[in-house]
Write a protein of this length. Sequence first.
Length: 232
Amino acid sequence: MYWYYGDPTYILFMIISLAVTLYAQIKVKNAFNKYSKIRSSKNITGSEAAKAVLDFNNVTGVSVNTTSGYFADYYDSRSKGVYLSENVYSEPTLAAVSVAAHECGHATQDDVGYWPIRLRQILVPVTTASSRLAMPLVLIGLFLPTKYQFVINLGIILYSVAVLFELVTLPVEFDASRRALKALKESAMLAPEEVKGAKKVLSAAAMTYLAAAFTSLLSLVRLILIAKSRRD
């Protein structure tokens, strides 16, 4: 256990990770607080924007539904449904429209066979299993003699799958936002100034994915350094 929590890089890792995560959360909170108070000039709700974006991209067979939670929005490729939280589904704000359009960007990716989203869908069950096993294996391995170093190495390999998932998520999220902004602009759902606001909302949201990927990658590097130091 000392090798993990007592390692001198632990405090540095925690400080950097916390700083990056807090910065991303503050950016998101500020953007959503601001644009959740600004109504779209055409009074378009999130659900209406979602249907319009799907139509713009010629995506058929995808339903637009409500779900519980605050900005707990997602696209489910299995049910072919876009699920919008109530504050997004029924509100005509720039934040609601932006989020709804983004989720429909994922539906468009699925419809056209965008390969990064296909890869992420494949990685979901693998990542779920590997994430549960990775850290327990690493911590168990730290208690074992160095001749059982393979236990730690296996844990690191499994953790690498989770890191890969985070990295694959980045192009998926960025591309979904790009498709969303294109639809909002070219269909004239939002005025040019409103599109700038939508871009700020989606850029802030993207920061959370960047922060998650950076933190996961940093953690992986730290685990590798711990394993190397212990082996040496």
